[in-house]
Design a protein around this ligand. Sequence first.
Ligand code: HMG
Ligand code: MG
Length: 298
Amino acid sequence: ALPKRVKIIEVGPRDGLQNEPQTIPADIKITLVDMLTQAGFANIEAAAFVSPKWVPQMATSSEVMHGIRRKPGTLYSALVPNQKGFDAALEAGVDEIVIFGAASEAFSQKNINCSIAESIARFRDVAQAAKEQKLRLRGAVSCALGCPYQGEVAADSVADVVARLRDLGCDEIDIADTIGVGTPRKVQTIFERASKEFPIERLSGHFHDTYGQALANIYASLEVGVLIFHASVAGLGGCPYAKGATGNVATEDVLYLMNGLGIETGIDLAQVVKAGQYISQHLGRLPASRAGNALAAR
Ligand code: HMG
Ligand code: MG
C-alpha cells in the first residue's frame, strides 16, 4: 500500500542553483527561499558551505542564510564538507548539516578531491561537531544508481556507504541518482539492499531527471516504503562534477503526482508554481516542469 503522507525536501536553492553559470545575487535566492517557505516545505536545502573555488555559485551561502525569513518548524539545511564549512554553517544558523559522500570512488575524487574512505574520516569531525551542537545530521550517497566516470555502481557499494554514514550518526540518508540513469526495478533493489543497513523510513530518494525516469523511480520507491523525496522547484539543477546531468526532478511534478495519489505533503502546489516562475524568469527561461508550465497556462 502507498503511504498517506510523505516529506518533500526542496533542494532547488542549493542543488538547483549550484550549477548556474551566471552569478545569482543573494537577494534573488533569498526571495526564492522565502517563497518556498511560504509554500509550506518543512525542509529546504538552502546553502552549501563548500569551497568557492570549487562551486562559486554557493559563495553567497552565509548571506542567504542570514537574509531569509525563517518560519518556526521549518528546517534549513546546508552541505558541509569539512570543519571550515561547519564553522560557517553554524555561524549562519543552519538547522541541518548535510555530509555528502559517494558510492563511487571516481566521483568522490572529482567532487570532493578524496577517496570514499578519506571522506568518511573527514566527515567524522563534522558529524561529531553537529551532534555537539544538537544539529540534525543528514548524509548523502551520490552516484547510487550509476557514475559518470566509472559507470555501474554495485548495490553493495551503496549499502557500504549507507552503513558508514549511519555509524557517523546520520538521522537521515539520501540515496542519490546524481546523473539520473536509474530505472524503477533497479531503484527498488538499491533501496531494499540499503534498508538492511538503515531504516527505510529514514532513507530518502534524490532523483535527477536526466533520462526522464525520475517520477517512475519515485513511484517505485513509494512501493518499497520510501517516505522522503528530494525535488527542485522548476526542475533547476545539474551537478558541476557530473557532466550532462540535468536538474533534480521538478517539485511541481512530484506534488502533482502526490496530490493525484491522495498522498499528503503539506505543500501548496500553486505557490510552488509561482516560485518556479519567479526563479525561471530571473534565469531567462521556462521552468523545466511539465506540471508547472501546464498549471501556469491555465
Ligand atoms: P580541496 O581543494 O581538496 O581542499 O577541496 P583544501 O582544504 O586544499 O581547500 C582548498 C581551498 O578551499 C582553500 O582556500 C580552503 O581554505 C578553501 P585557499 O587556501 O586556496 O585560499 N576551503 C573552503 N572555503 C570555504 N568553505 C569551505 C572550504 N573548504 C576549503 N568549506 C573540498 C576539498 C571538499 C573543500 C572541495 O572539494 C569542495 O568544496 N567540494 C565541494 C563540491 C560540491 O559542492 N559539489 C556539489 C555538491 S554534491 C552534489 O551536488 C550531489 C548531491 O546533490 C547528491 C547527488 O545528486 O548525488 C548532494
Ligand atoms: Mg543532486
